[in-house]
Design a protein around this ligand. Sequence first.
Ligand SMILES: [Zn+2]
Length: 254
Amino acid sequence: MAKLGHSGHDYGQLEARWKDLAKRVGWKLTIFSEESGYSVLALENAAAVEKVVGGSYLSAGVHGDECAPVWGLLDWAEEKLSKLDDKPVVIFPCLNPYGLIENTRRDGNGIDLNRHFQDPNIPLIAAWQGFLEERCFDIAVNLHEDFDAGGIYLYELARSESPGHRLLAACEDLISRETAAVVDGSEFANGLLRRKASEEEMRRVVDQDLDGWPEAIYLYLERAKDSFTFETPSEMDLDKRIATHRRFLEAVIG
Ligand SMILES: [Zn+2]
């Protein structure tokens, strides 16, 4: 397993490696926000620039106190991006650089962005929504961590047949599945929560119960056929968590 060799909260390293990678593989890199003085990046391949419908949306780092996902996504991308040219791929390497640097869930204005993806009054969200306008994806992937968890788990919002247990199975030799039946207030079966609510019911839940829209639910209702949120336990070894996020991406994208 590779060793990170520096802090998991070093946004300068992360940004530099993504910029190098975009140049190397010829992907378009956009600085779509400069929230709190940090460049927030989006990358897309040529197929995505055409705004063709389909393909994948990948994102990490919306919660800055969950640092393994941003490095797992980068590790995966450094090996795979040059081979991903037939379908559109859009990547948001770190949606909350301030949070990553400060090791906090919230952004520079004290906001949990993952309850505000419907809210264009937040400049970063308005820019994100604008970037995604007219785009639709087959798959959206959001990478997160949970400090209460003892194992990996997956929220699945899918119109396709469930691949959830296959995706978890691909990762569980690195970190085993969460065994709790209730995680963060939701009922899980062997690490998987497949949401069965209708779209109407889901809109009601995000407006009334959650007090705002998480990225994954916004994507599912507005922009993606299937939406996955993968979580690792953030109290475990960092390099192992990074390797697990990378493995998840290999399982879901290739
Ligand atoms: Zn999170």
